[in-house]
Design a protein around this ligand. Structure first.
Ligand SMILES: [Fe+2]
Ligand SMILES: [Fe+2]
Length: 338
């Protein structure tokens, strides 16, 4: 039985009557049970977005900030709001095209979660008195490339393992820094849901990667590098806004690397051949040093110095953003991965 249904129109209309034919080996049966529980836990922990937002506004009053941080907060969370819409669409694609019942259930519950994330973020920004602007070029690239690809492995890598991780880290920082009380108390609701969504990727992606040809693996790595680089440029484009609301973009990067390492660890428990310290990560940490130097946004570090520092990061002669920030977060306070 195929894991994915191809997206041709004629096939789309078919029902996968063979969906119960597959006999799972033990490890796969265990993964299937985990995916099934993503759906059931999602249902057990569901929250009413209208009620939660109404109660938080009743508790803290209407969200209020000085004009500069307010506009910056709206730019950052406007981006998140469009990201939620993309996540809604992408999880709907997954829920249509994934064949095994358990994976399909997990994606279906994600559709419902992302719809709620989208409208609650819209309503929050409206309460703040801001209207979300269009997405800038690089964020749009990350989302549209993931939306448009017909390759479901790329879709899963882009959505569950890249976009979800970034969102989770941004939510965590905004909560920890208590940027605005209503938003900060809203964040744990989002974090719990997003951690479950990453779980679907953790269960599905490694097996699919292990079945790739060498050419397929290179193609996937290029896709991932494209997404990660676009994510970095996108972060660069909102660097000033992040600083205006007290969020250091380097902290986001460092914690995102930490999260990625946690995901790798989970995947390695199932697939011991998964690389422990992929060389690509070190190179990527070097690129981070060029774009987001340790000295900070206003330090005006000359390009030659940035490049020298980046090479030192790659050679492990200088602490990377991951080493500086990745261990600073209190793990017990972050939403556990499903
Ligand atoms: Fe979401
Ligand atoms: Fe999500």
């Amino acid at each position: 039985m195929n894991l994915f249904r191809r997206s041709t129109l004629s096939e789309r209309t078919l029902l996968p009557f063979d969906m119960f034919d597959a006999e799972y080996p033990e490890a796969e049966a265990r993964r299937a049970r985990r995916m099934e529980s993503i759906y059931h836990v999602g249902q057990a922990r569901i929250w009413d977005g209208r009620e939660v937002l109404k109660d938080l506004i009743a508790k803290h009053g209407k969200p209020e900030l000085a004009p500069t941080p307010r506009r910056s907060l709206a730019r950052v969370f406007g981006m998140i709001m469009w990201g939620e819409l993309a996540a809604w669409k992408i999880s709907a694609q997954l829920s249509d095209r994934l064949v095994p019942l358990e994976a399909k259930l997990a994606a279906a519950s994600q559709v419902h979660d992302e719809a709620r994330h989208f409208y609650v973020m819209h309503d929050y920004l409206a309460a703040l008195g801001e209207r979300p602007a269009k997405l800038e070029f690089w964020a749009r690239r990350v989302l549209t490339r993931t939306l448009e690809t017909n390759d479901l492995l790329k879709k899963l890598v882009g959505m569950q393992l890249t976009v979800e991780t970034i969102a989770l880290v941004a939510f965590q920082r905004v909560r920890e820094l208590e940027v605005e009380p209503v938003l900060s108390e809203l964040m744990p609701f989002y974090e719990r849901d997003e951690a479950r969504h990453i779980g679907l990727g953790v269960q599905l992606v490694p097996k699919l990667i292990s079945e790739l040809s060498a050419a397929g693996a290179v193609d996937l790595a290029l896709f991932q590098l494209d997404l990660l680089t676009a994510t970095l440029f996108s972060l660069k484009s909102i660097e000033r806004d992040l600083l205006n609301i007290g969020v250091d973009p380097r902290s986001l990067l460092g914690i995102a690397f930490r999260r990625q390492a946690d995901i790798d660890e989970k995947i390695r428990a199932e697939f011991p051949q998964w690389p422990a310290d992929p060389p690509l990560r070190r190179v990527f940490e070097g690129i981070c040093e060029v774009l987001f130097p340790t000295e900070g946004l206003d330090a005006h570090v000359p390009t030659a110095t940035r490049i020298r520092h980046a090479l030192e990061v790659v050679a492990r002669a200088r602490p990377s953003v991951f080493e500086q920030w990745g261990s600073k977060t209190d793990k017990s306070r972050t939403a556990p991965l499903a």
